[in-house]
Design a protein around this ligand. Structure first.
Ligand code: R5P
Length: 279
């Protein structure tokens, strides 16, 4: 049985339509702002689906409350499916006195959940902080299905070397060539990109990344590809975090922008629900 948190309401109709069995939960707010949850039924095993985009902290607290409520109703095994995992980018101490935030969140969730499933975690190594079974699911299949026909005999690129495995996973499903850009981050808001070692002239190109935030990375990559003579430039990412105006800026720079629905946005055209229902 699936229990849907308020950060996964946008997935509920499709989950039901595809045969997912939902255990209803009431989620509201007390007048003082605190969250109230109540599960309307019981199940020995349950899977809480909760994406932890903004308001991240509220979504995380809901996960804890839902787990506690399910345990109260006799649940013995709980799984958490967290399509977008908040704090995943804070995976190291950069200034003395900072926490490793992703570790803190993983450890907390492990108190309540036996298993954790996430999509395309920024740094998959951080799953080790969850004391239990922890799985990083790949959206490569659904991204390849969405862009396969449009790409034709094109190329799949990652915006930097660290994301190469994402481009590789999509390209291998489509039997296409793949490579990556060299990306140097000059400041938090500025990145410098260098050309890839693959010929994109006259070819359609799909750039794949885990997150689009300001859109700066994708826009630079797209502009460079245009200079290199690429035909159509498509952009895909797992998580559309999107800073103010980013959707418009990226959309203007490329032929098509599509992200998955780990976070609901106007361009969340690729669904991860089929992957969730396979669990
Ligand atoms: C960085 O390591 C991530 O994988 C993304 O490339 C980054 O978050 C994209 O940020 P932006 O859209 O602001 O360039």
């Amino acid at each position: 049985m699936f229990v849907i948190g308020s950060g996964a309401r946008h997935l509920e109709d499709e989950m039901k339509a595809l045969g997912g069995r939902i255990l209803d939960a009431e989620i509201k707010r007390f007048p003082d702002g605190e969250k109230y949850v109540r599960v309307l039924g019981s199940s020995e095993e349950a899977t809480v689906v909760q994406s932890t985009f903004r308001p991240q902290d509220e979504h995380l607290v809901e996960m804890i409350l839902l787990a506690d409520a399910l345990h109260e109703r006799g649940a013995r095994k709980l799984r958490a499916v967290v399509p977008y995992f908040a704090y995943s980018r804070q995976d190291r101490v950069t200034k003395e006195g900072e926490p490793v935030s992703v570790r803190a969140v993983m450890r907390t969730l492990a108190v309540y959940y036996d298993e954790l499933y996430v999509f395309d975690l920024h740094n998959p190594e951080t799953l080790k902080f969850f004391q239990g079974k922890a799985v990083n699911l790949s959206p490569a299949g659904v991204i390849a299905d969405y862009f396969g026909e449009k790409l034709g005999e094109g190329v799949v690129l990652a915006p930097d070397k660290g994301a190469l495995m994402r481009a590789k996973a999509v390209a291998e499903r489509l039997g296409l060539e793949y490579s990556h850009f060299h990306k140097v981050r000059v400041s938090p808001t500025e990145v410098r990109m260098e050309p890839v070692d693959v010929d994109v002239k006259g070819k359609n190109v799909l750039i794949v990344d885990d997150i689009i935030s300001t859109g700066g990375t994708m826009i630079r990559a797209a502009n460079l590809l245009r200079e290199m003579g690429a035909e159509k430039v498509f952009v895909a990412a797992t998580h559309g975090v999107f800073a103010e105006g980013a959707i418009e800026r990226v959309s203007k720079a490329v032929d098509e922008l599509a992200v998955t629905n780990t976070i609901p946005t106007p361009v969340s055209k690729i669904s991860v629900v089929p992957e969730i229902l396979k669990l």
